[in-house]
Structures are given as structure tokens and as C-alpha cells.
Design a protein around this ligand. Structure first.
Ligand code: RUG
Length: 824
């Protein structure tokens, strides 16, 4: 402890240039972070060296998004120095918890996809997999959400303003990134046509490394994030003519590439700068990967034995064309050889079946910005379509009908002709990869049967499932110390590394004393949340209420509106005196809406309007409260999830690819009210469906309902309570003086086809909520189920997911000496 204290003081003085006696929390947080980083860097260097020494096959995880959140607590726990740090900082006059608050969330992602990437890096580090995360170091992460007059207002997330003590910026290792320009043809000595791309503009990519430690194993992996730097400090011509601003303009323009994260989620914006970001990140990453590979290899055909590249969604899919370009134009390999290398190296994870989220890029844009890549994509397509023809005509192509060949070719082509001629990035990713995986069992089945059915017939082995998982280090141990300590006191701490060990809790569910202790841990977390809400929102929570929580991105398919209709119905019952047996509850909502997503923003407004009415109504507000948690982010989730008793996972069946919040809640002992969707299905199967509140129509039932003509008006006319709730929303009951403010929401349901079947599931949802209320009154039974939920979550560890990727996709083994946890 004395060593840590000394290091902290030294950093306050020599790294931060401050007086250690000034006792600024900001300085002491930074100094502590630097002292922790010092303890990571040696192991990071040793880890990187060991990869070379052991000629390890490396995994590169390419993701345009990460959501690490805050690093301090997690890193202290991983290093096993949490208690030491707590005492050291207390000696120095600080509470560790307060210091941790000084850190800004690294919000370099939109939601589940980015958080999954961060969980995966944590698991690679813990399992000893030689892995690297690659991404972009956005200067501005996901916007900061404030709620003003009930509406979302976006503010810039200037997370770098106060510096980032965790990152090493490596200004000496810059990689050139080229755009635009032209392609020249030439003939090589064997008479083969070759191509050289002479680019118009060049930008530089600077690596910023953030260290990701494993759990108690000395294995520290790297998350390398690229930051754009101009290759001109200033233009001398301008400078000489006295035009200083002109001289720096180009520099500012170039550095714009990594300025800001695109805040869309499941809605592709298709903007030129976004494509620039994708290529910027991909080419710098591929250059870095090949630089490392070439240190030990001359023969490029050995690449797939040494390197596995996982594409997190289609965002980095242009990497396939980029690697082909390098192999063809720089290494001068033949097409077939280069293509084999690519396909054997790349693997692609799909995260959605929503058509509006499947990326396409206009051919005209690609031709201008990346002319050589567009040529390569055309060539990949031509060869692929010839192959499709061959397979379709072959005897063994069971279901493929060659009479339908033209249609088939149009459907699978990399190029879509309408509405504008574009490249389908998902098709590029599928064709250029040896593995395509979905993220939960149902999602993968839908990929095979619906979205990519043609590809499933063409390549029956390619599409596979890897159900998502979450890291128990952050989402149980670090976020929920009261519960973790209780668990550890009964079954030891092995569960942090091997989550299956939680099954040892099962017999304890029958022990009243253990149940009481379990409830006490939950209460402690509820009180902690109460204090937080009081501080942030100046609201008093009732901790004896059932805490019912719906936090995730705001999207129509996630059906926050269904939850809101339940709230309005409960409100009506209470004020009409029809709810004598109502179990008091506080309903929490939280989440960000994409700034361009009108309906999602209106949903936020409606939730806040209903909250204002309900909370102000003294007839009901001792029994029903609604809280909107502004600026939902990783660190907020770490506070809210441990305090949650009911987890809302109510997406339209078939629409949520997996969900990972669902796993975090159950792991922390919340019971789930949910639809038969995403990974909630597998959770119900692992836990026992009777221990969750499952309701609603299933995916195949919805398909058939749609086919037979779904008429939401029938539900409206046939259900008095539903009608009352919708009419209130449409009128000014929640928006005094602003008649019709929420009419777009209601009209969308009643006259817009209710694409997400809110009305079809309303009555069943109400029934399930009634079951929830009833069960909550029986605290012994509730607690028993809560314990069993947590005890059966072992499968949903990201360690299990990463082990499957490593074995079944990457063919990568953990580093010797690390399999059992402890490092050398
Ligand atoms: O919506 C999905 C979630 O269901 C899933 O759990 C998560 C991680 O796999 O990815 C989310 N997602 C999908 N985020 N962006 C997309 C589409 O690009």
C-alpha cells in the first residue's frame, strides 16, 4: 500500500505538475490511474513479447465501436489491488468511490454492439487468447443526453477534454491512409494485367493504445484505437502568402475523420464521412497486422495460420477489399491465391436482421473515394456470380432451382441496382469470410431461413451461432460488490473466472437465511441507487417499491411504448380505484434515441410526459412512480442493474438479435419479464421458463398474423383499457395545452400498421405484469427465483462465447501457462 501511495503522490507532482498538498480529486484520480497503468504496462510488454516467442496465432477483433465505460475500478479488481487502493486513497484523504466518479465514460459506441466488443476483449485477456481490439479513438463519443422539458437534447461528449490517463498515444508510429486518386494498369513480366492505385489525398493514422488486463493472470492485451492526423502541418504556399488560416484548414479537415462517433443505432446514415472512417480504420489496422506478420513470415499464404480477423458487423467489411488490394497490387499474388487467403482469414458477425440496418454504399461514392476497391468488388462479384451459376446448375444443389437463376443472382449479388446502385456490405462480408455468425440461436436461425437463405443454400457450413455473453468481472464482481461478497462467502471466488460455478448456489435458494442475506444485498443496491437519484435528479425513491427497469437504446422494436401503455393502464386503474391489490412499483426508463430518429425521440418525450403526470398525482404516487434516467451509459448501468428486481426485455419476437442487458440483469438476480426473443429464449431454457415471466406472440405466430392481415384497430376496439390509454396519449391528458403532441405515436400504432405488434401483445403483457405484482408480495418465493436465475447464468459469460469463437472460428488456443488463469 505504501508503494501505491508513493506512486500516486509522485504522479501528482511529476506527471501532473501539481502540488500534492492541494488535494484535488481530479488530480488524485489521474495520478491513481497513472499508477495503475504503470502496473499494467510491464505485463503488457511481456504479453506482447510472448506472442512473438511462442509464434502465437493472433486474433484481431475489428469494431467501429467499443463501450469500455470507466476503467479504474475494473482495472483495480483485475490486478487484485482494489482493497489496497481503497486504503491507500483513504490514507490520502479520498474515498475511492468518489475518485472513480472523476473518470469520464469512454463512450465510443452506441449500445449493445460496442459493449459486446468490450466484454469480448475482457474475456480474451482473461482466457489468455492472443487478441487485439482495433477501433477508432473518437474525440467525441456517443452524445451526452439531457432531458429538457421532457425532450432529449444532445450535447457533445467531449470526453478527451480532461485527457485520458489510460492511453498511450504513439505519435512516432504513423500509418498513411489514402483516398480518391486513380488506378493505373500495367503488365507484369508474365504478361498479367496489374493495377496501381495512386491516391489523391493522404491522412495519417496514429495509434492510441489502451491496455486491457485479464483477471488476475498477468495477461494484458491491447485495444488499439486510431486517431486521424494530418500529413501536412501547414501548407507552405499558403503560409508564404500570409494566409495562415488557409494553411491550417487542410489539417483540420483531415483530422475530422476521427472527430465523432456516428450516433445511429440500427439506422444506417450512409454519409461520406462515415465511409471515410471505415476505410481509415480498416487500412491502418490491416497495415499494422501485416507489419507484425511480416516480422516473422515472408510467405503471405501463411497468413491464415497466423492471423484471424473478426469483423464486428459489416462496418469494417471493406477490409476484405483492402486485403485483396494489398495481396494483388503490392504482393503481386494471383487472384485465386489472394482470395483463398482472404476467405480463410476473415470471419463476420452479424448483429441484426432489421433491413434498415443492413449497410449499403453507393457505387458512385466508392468509385470516387476508393476506386481500386470498387474494381476489386466488381471482380469479386463477377467471380462469385459465376460460381453461383455453377453451383445452381450442379446436381448436388438440392433446393436451388436453376430456372430461377437470374433472380437468385440478383438477390445474392454484391451490387444492388435500386433505389441507387450500391454495394451490399453484408454480401461482401459473407462471401469474403469463412464464417458468418449470428449472436443468439433464434437470430442465427432467422439468418439461415430468411435474411441470408440463399447464402445458406450456397454455403451450408458457413452460417453458425455464437450466442453472446457478458463479462462477470465488470457486470457482477465490480458492479455488485454486496452480492459478489455474499456469493463468495458461500462458494468462493472461482465464479468470477468460471461463471458455471454459480450453480453451487442452487441448494442455497432453499435456505431462508441465505435468502434473507440475498435480499439484504439487493436492498443495499437499491439504497445506493436511491442516493444516486437523489443526488442527480433530486428525487426520492421508495426502496420498498418493486424496481422495474427498462434501459436500452430507444427503438420502436424494443417497445418502450408497450411498457408505457402498461404504466398508463396501471395509472388509470389506480385513479379509478380499480387496483386495490396493486403492488407498489417504480418504473425506470433510460436510453438514448438516435438524433435523427423522430419516433424514438417522441417516445422519450411521451415517457417523460406520463412520468410528470403520474408522479404529480397524489392519488397514485405512493404506489406508482416513473423515473427517466437521463444519459444512460455503461457506468449508469453498473449502478442500476444491481438494484433492479424486474428486467424488461419486451422486444417484438424475432427483432432483437440477442440482447446482452437481459443477461446482466439476470446475473444480478433480477427476474425477467420478456418475450420469446433473442438470447432471452436461451436464458429461459437455461433457467427454466417458469422462473421468468414470458409472454407474447412468438416469431412464427407473428409471421402468420402478418400474412393473414394484422389489424391493430381490432385490438383497439376490442379492449377498453387499451383504448382508454391510447386515447389519453392522443389527447392532451399528458401534454396539457399541446393537443396531439403524441398523436404520431398512436397513429403509427393504429393507422401505420403497428409494425412491431405492440397492440397484439398488450393484453398478454398486462397479464404477465399482474403475475409479477402478485409474486413480489411473496418475498420468499421471489428471492428463491432470483437466486436460481443468477445461479443458472453460467452459460452467458463472454468467456464461454470467446472460447467458442476461439475453437470453432479462429482456431486459436490460449497462451500456454494461462489456460488455468495464473500467468507465468
Ligand atoms: O441490437 C443488437 C443486440 O440485439 C445485440 O445484443 C448486440 C450485440 O450483438 O448488437 C445490437 N446491435 C445490432 N447493435 N447494432 C446492430 C446493428 O448494426
Amino acid at each position: 500500500m505504501e508503494g501505491l501511495k508513493k506512486d500516486v503522490i509522485r504522479h501528482v507532482v511529476s506527471s501532473l505538475g501539481s502540488d500534492y498538498a492541494s488535494k484535488s480529486a481530479y488530480n488524485y484520480y489521474n495520478a491513481l490511474a497513472l499508477a495503475v497503468r504503470d502496473r499494467l504496462i510491464d505485463n503488457w510488454i511481456k504479453t506482447q513479447r510472448s506472442y512473438y516467442d511462442e509464434k502465437a496465432k493472433r486474433v484481431y477483433y475489428l469494431s467501429l465501436e467499443y463501450l469500455p465505460g470507466k476503467s479504474l475500478m475494473n482495472n483495480l479488481h483485475c490486478l487484485g489491488i482494489y482493497e489496497t487502493a481503497r486504503k491507500a486513497m483513504s490514507d490520502l484523504g479520498f474515498s475511492l468511490e468518489d475518485l472513480a466518479e472523476q473518470e469520464w465514460d469512454a463512450g465510443l459506441g452506441n449500445g449493445g454492439l460496442g459493449r459486446l466488443a468490450s466484454c469480448f476483449l475482457d474475456s480474451m485477456a482473461t482466457l489468455g487468447i492472443p487478441g487485439y481490439g482495433y477501433g477508432i479513438r473518437y474525440d467525441y463519443g456517443i452524445f451526452h443526453q439531457v432531458i429538457e422539458d421532457g425532450k432529449q437534447v444532445e450535447q457533445a461528449d467531449n470526453w478527451m477534454r480532461v485527457g485520458n490517463p489510460w492511453a498511450y498515444e504513439r505519435g512516432q508510429h504513423l500509418f498513411p491512409v489514402r483516398f480518391f486518386g486513380e488506378v493505373k494498369n500495367w503488365t507484369d513480366e508474365y504478361g498479367r494485367l496489374r493495377h496501381t492505385w495512386t491516391a489523391g489525398d493522404t491522412v495519417l493514422a496514429m495509434p492510441c493504445d489502451m491496455l486491457v488486463p485479464g483477471w488476475d493472470n498477468h495477461h494484458v492485451i491491447n485495444m488499439r484505437l486510431w486517431s486521424a492526423r494530418s500529413d501536412v502541418e501547414f501548407d507552405l504556399d499558403f503560409f508564404n502568402t500570409g494566409n495562415y488560416l488557409g494553411a491550417v484548414e487542410e489539417k483540420i479537415f483531415d483530422e475530422k475523420i476521427s472527430k465523432v462517433l456516428y450516433p445511429s443505432d440500427q439506422i444506417e446514415e450512409g454519409r461520406e464521412l462515415r465511409l471515410k472512417q471505415q476505410y481509415f480504420f480498416v487500412t491502418a489496422t490491416i497495415q499494422d497486422i501485416l507489419r507484425r506478420f511480416r516480422k516473422k513470415h515472408q510467405d503471405m499464404t501463411e497468413l491464415p495460420q497466423s492471423v484471424a480477423i473478426q469483423l464486428n458487423d459489416t462496418h469494417p467489411a471493406i477490409a476484405i477489399a483492402e486485403l485483396m488490394r494489398i495481396l494483388l497490387d503490392e504482393d503481386l499474388l494471383d487472384w485465386e491465391v489472394a482470395w483463398d487467403i482472404c476467405v480463410s482469414t476473415f470471419a463476420y458477425t452479424n448483429h441484426t436482421i432489421l433491413p434498415e440496418a443492413l449497410e449499403t454504399w453507393p457505387v458512385s461514392l466508392l468509385e470516387r473515394m476508393l476506386p481500386r476497391h470498387m474494381q476489386i468488388i466488381y471482380e469479386i462479384n463477377a467471380r462469385f456470380l459465376r460460381e453461383v451459376e455453377r453451383v445452381a446448375r450442379s446436381e448436388d444443389c438440392g433446393q436451388l432451382c436453376h430456372r430461377d437463376l437470374d433472380h437468385l443472382k440478383q438477390r445474392v449479388s454484391l451490387i444492388q441496382e435500386r433505389p441507387i446502385k450500391s454495394v451490399r456490405m453484408a454480401h461482401l462480408a459473407i462471401i469474403g469470410s469463412h464464417s458468418v455468425n449470428g449472436v443468439a440461436a433464434l437470430h442465427t436461425e432467422l439468418l439461415k431461413a430468411r435474411v441470408f437463405d440463399d447464402f445458406q443454400r450456397l454455403y451450408p457450413q458457413k452460417i453458425n451461432n455464437k450466442t453472446n455473453g457478458v463479462t462477470p468481472r465488470r457486470w457482477l464482481w465490480s458492479a455488485n460488490q454486496p452480492l459478489s461478497r455474499l456469493i463468495a462467502s458461500h462458494i468462493g471466488t472461482g465464479f468470477v473466472r468460471n461463471l458455471d460455478e454459480l450453480t453451487q448456489l442452487e441448494p442455497l435458494a432453499a435456505d431462508p437465511a441465505f435468502r434473507e442475506a440475498w435480499r439484504a444485498a439487493k436492498l443495499e443496491n437499491k439504497q445506493r441507487l436511491q442516493a444516486y437519484i437523489k443526488r442527480k435528479l433530486m428525487r426520492e425513491l421508495h426502496t420498498e417499491h418493486l424496481f422495474d427497469v427498462h434501459i436500452k437504446r430507444i427503438h420502436e422494436y424494443k417497445r418502450q411504448v408497450l411498457n408505457l401503455l402498461h404504466v398508463v393502464t396501471a395509472y388509470n386503474r389506480l385513479r379509478h380505484g380499480q387496483a386495490a391489490d396493486f403492488t407498489p412499483r417504480t418504473v425506470f426508463f433510460g436510453g438514448k434515441a438516435a438524433p435523427s430518429y423522430f419516433m424514438a425521440k417522441r417516445i422519450i418525450h411521451a415517457i417523460n410526459a406520463v412520468a410528470a403526470t403520474v408522479n404529480a398525482d397524489s392519488r397514485v404516487n405512493d404506489k406508482l412512480q416513473v423515473v427517466y434516467l437521463p444519459n444512460y451509459c455503461v457506468s449508469q448501468a453498473e449502478r442500476v442493474i444491481p438494484a433492479t428486481e424486474l428486467s424488461e426485455q419486451i422486444s417484438t419476437a424475432g427483432m432483437e438479435a440477442s440482447g446482452t442487458g437481459n443477461m446482466k440483469f439476470a446475473l444480478n438476480g433480477a427476474l425477467t419479464i420478456g418475450t420469446w426473443d433473442g438470447a432471452t429464449i436461451e436464458m429461459a431454457q437455461a433457467i427454466g421458463p417458469e422462473l421468468l415471466f414470458i409472454f407474447g406472440m412468438r416469431e412464427d405466430e407473428l409471421v402468420s398474423l402478418r400474412q393473414h392481415g394484422y389489424n391493430p384497430m381490432l385490438y383497439y376496439h376490442g379492449d377498453e383499457e387499451l383504448r382508454e390509454a391510447l386515447d389519453m396519449l392522443r389527447s392532451d391528458a399528458f401534454s396539457p395545452g399541446q393537443h396531439g403532441l403524441f398523436a404520431p405515436l398512436v397513429d403509427n400504432l393504429l393507422h401505420g400498421g403497428d409494425r412491431f405488434f405492440v397492440l397484439a401483445d398488450y393484453r398478454q403483457y398486462l397479464g404477465a405484469q399482474q403475475d409479477v405484482g402478485r409474486l413480489y408480495l411473496d418475498q420468499e418465493e421471489w428471492t428463491r427465483r432470483s437466486i436460481l436465475n443468477a445461479a443458472r447464468m453460467g452459460f452467458f459469460s463472454s468467456d464461454r462465447a470467446i472460447s467458442q469463437y476461439a475453437r470453432e472460428i479462429w482456431d486459436v488456443a490460449p497462451m500456454a501457462g494461462l489456460q488455468n488463469g495464473k500467468g507465468a
